[in-house]
Design a protein around this ligand. Structure first.
Ligand code: GCV
Length: 705
């Protein structure tokens, strides 16, 4: 029987269901990254934009320009819910977007956005600039900001803004935690996965203009004709988004691939081999970017195998690339197996004396810290000490020492800390950023690289929040003056929610996340590399083929105290810095606590500036860090109604694991260090629920997985 009441109830239920499902149209798998373009829910903003965008006028014609117009069309249509067409000339006196290329526009890859006669005009001197401007406008609209606030001009501060992929030919990724390689080498070049286009869009949207597709521990296979054609297929996709393709090379390729007797950089045959190989590469990939090289590092071959220098090696490759305007990016990540040496000093010792000896098209790429992507490191002392050699920055987005894809760490504060550090090389204000962007030493080439955290996982980065590190890297590569806060807010609004309370809470978690991790993992300047997985701390590791591949080499715990003495009574690594830069670090009394154990061996009973002894302060930090993950969990739990349910559940699960591991890692350190300090854990902290042996066993079990 027909019942109007039943009908009304059913209608209401349907309406509620429709509203809920419209809010989270379908579970968000994270694939769209920060390019979601969900319909703008803020009516005022949407109405204003709708009036302003009736067409997209594009007079030029190139792949990049067409992609700029296409992206705007896709984005606006979805954001505003109305179809917008791309035309050759502006339509009558209707408001629209005009895309133009003009030689007098913003320099380099820059762009300007202006309002002229009701139109929004994006102008650049290069096609890529128009693309960047288009993405910037979309970014602006996704944040529901007033259109007039989009007006302005910007150019990137660094020329080469690159991702470095540590991807291997068999599809694995060294230190990759988000599945396997994005590049399906077996299928290429015949099959070109549409995902490559989405990868290129994502990079272009944040201004990244270069990508090294293979691991720096390079297989010579990438230089075979077979692989060059595969790489060419990728390059064919990337160039349409203004991205150049680069390769990591195996320095011994003349021997291993070319069958020569030597790969000596001063040998004419070896030089000729590279010249011919480079010509072949450019015949297949005409806009090829150049080579990235890891040489004489961790077992990789290099010029020192023949008694030559890094400059000899780099210059041989530079000679081959120069006719094509290609560049050599030569890494400074080197250290020898010398039991008496301090790994901290190695890059400086090998490179500083080579300043001025590199060819014009060589960039020396330096990791942010002197050791290896630790949760906190002082800036590398090479910055500032090679004024005649362009120095590039290498950050790591993949979280090798930062909890892989399980622990939520927002890395922008780490990047900024290094970029803003003052080297004092030409007086106060000689920041690392001013060296990397070339403004201090007037480098003709500038470069910044991020070791990619992408993989075949549907959401690209494994941890949904790790997308923010890719995003922040690109934004800082464009403009290193941006604040981590602003980038976090922007990313959250584009990616997760525009609800202001949720944006603030997520920003708060993000900004505190790195410090929390440092506290339960490497507080007070501890560091912990060794040759293993680099996941859980294993401070007891004392056996390896070389001393600098143990954990004890780094923390130097003994019955007297803890930390690496790098003052004049120790390795004297501090001497590699300008006195003004190292002044605060030199004296244990003044050394800021975050760097204390990087530079000093401190006795367990020493009273620190916090008022606690070293031992008590360590316990305090380890416990506070682990407890703070609980805080992160609570904050996140409170956002359930503001975040897509699939993403919310995914992050909740990872946070639960992070909390469990933070306790475990805290226990690993505290119980191990206690065997030296012989001091009790302060009574305000609960005792670990397991013994050191049990912790060790659980680490081993974990590693066996
Ligand atoms: C690509 C660290 C990592 C290695 C990496 C190396 C490098 O040692 O553990 O996996 O190798 O850095 O940056 O070359």
């Amino acid at each position: 029987m027909f019942s109007p009441r039943l009908l009304i109830t059913r209608c209401l239920l349907f309406l509620i269901f429709a509203l809920i499902s419209n809010n989270h149209a379908s579970a968000d798998d994270g694939y769209r990254l920060w390019l979601k373009y969900d319909r703008i829910s803020d009516n005022t903003a949407r109405t204003a934009y709708t009036k302003s965008f009736n067409f997209i006028a594009l007079s030029g014609n190139s792949d990049i320009l067409n992609n700029a117009a296409k992206e705007l069309q896709t984005g606006l249509t979805a954001l505003l819910g109305k179809q917008i067409s791309v035309v050759k000339t502006p339509v009558g006196n209707q408001n629209g977007i005009i895309l133009t290329v003009s030689t007098s526009a913003a320099p380099g890859d820059g762009y300007s956005i202006q309002m002229q006669s009701g139109n929004t005009v994006i102008t650049a001197s290069k096609d890529a600039g128009v693309l960047y401007g288009s993405f910037a406008l979309l970014r602006h609209l996704q944040q529901h900001l007033p259109l007039e606030k989009a007006v302005g001009q910007t150019s990137p501060k660094i020329q080469l803004r690159m991702l470095n992929h540590w991807d291997n030919p068999e599809g694995t990724i060294e230190r990759g935690y988000a599945g396997s390689s994005l590049w399906k080498w077996y299928e290429l070049p015949e099959t070109v996965d549409p995902r490559y286009t989405d990868y290129a869009r994502a990079n272009a949207s944040i201004g990244i203009n270069g990508t090294v597709v293979n691991n720096v521990n390079a297989s010579a296979r990438f230089l075979t004709a077979e692989y060059l054609h595969k790489v060419a297929a990728l390059a064919g996709v990337f160039r349409k988004y203004g991205i150049k393709t680069y390769l990591s090379i195996h320095f011994a390729a003349p021997k291993t691939l070319g069958g020569l007797k030597t790969s000596d950089p001063l040998d004419p045959e070896a030089r000729k081999w590279w010249i011919e190989k480079t010509k072949e590469i450019y015949s297949i990939i005409p806009d090829f970017g150049g080579f990235l090289v890891k040489a004489n590092s961790e077992g990789e071959p290099g010029p020192q195998d023949y008694g030559r220098t890094h400059a000899d090696g780099a210059n041989m490759l530079a000679e081959a690339l120069a006719p094509f305007n290609g560049v050599v990016i030569w890494r400074a990540f080197v250290y020898k197996a010398d039991p008496n040496a301090d790994r901290f000093k190695a890059a400086y010792d090998e490179f500083a004396t080579l300043d001025g000896k590199f060819a014009k098209n060589v960039i020396v790429q330096v990791k942010n810290g002197p050791i290896d992507f630790q949760p906190r490191e002082p800036f590398s002392p090479l910055f500032g000490n090679m004024p005649r050699t362009p120095l590039g920055m290498e950050f790591q987005l993949t979280q090798e020492y930062l909890g892989f894809a399980t622990h939520w760490i927002y890395e922008a504060p780490l990047f900024k800390e290094c970029l803003d550090a003052d080297t004092y090389v030409t007086g106060k204000g000689s920041t690392v950023a001013s060296i990397v962007d070339g403004s201090l030493h007037h480098y003709p080439l500038t470069c910044i690289a991020g070791v990619a955290n992408t993989g075949s996982d549907r959401n690209w980065t494994g941890h949904p929040m790790a997308q923010a590190n890719w995003y922040a890297f690109g934004r800082l590569a464009w403009d290193h003056t941006l604040s981590p806060e602003a980038i976090a807010r922007e990313w959250t609004q584009l990616t997760l929610t525009t609800e202001s309370r949720a944006v603030a809470t997520i920003g708060d978690i993000m900004l505190r996340s790195r410090e929390i991790y440092v506290d339960y993992n490497t507080p007070l300047g501890l560091s912990r590399p060794w040759t293993g997985s680099h996941y859980a701390p294993e401070p007891w590791q004392n056996r390896s083929s070389r001393p600098d591949w143990t954990a004890i080499y780094y923390h130097r715990a003994d019955t007297l105290g803890l930390g690496f003495d790098r003052t004049a009574t120790g390795s004297n690594a501090l001497q590699q810095y300008r006195p003004e830069a190292s002044r605060a670090w030199l004296d244990a009394e003044t050394c800021p606590l975050p760097y204390l154990l990087w530079f000093h061996h401190i006795s367990w009973a020493k009273k620190l500036s916090s008022g606690r002894t070293l031992w008590d302060e360590l316990c305090h930090r380890f416990y506070t860090g682990a407890d703070s993950v609980l805080w992160m969990q609570k904050q996140w739990a409170g956002l359930k109604t503001s975040i897509d349910p699939a993403i919310h559940a995914d992050v909740s699960g990872r946070l639960a694991k992070q909390h469990k591991e933070a306790i475990w890692w805290r226990d690993a350190w505290v119980l191990y260090l206690q065997t030296f300090s012989k001091r009790p854990i302060p009574a305000i902290h609960p005792k670990p629920e397991r013994t050191l042996e049990e912790v060790k066993r659980s680490v081993n079990t974990y590693l066996m997985r």
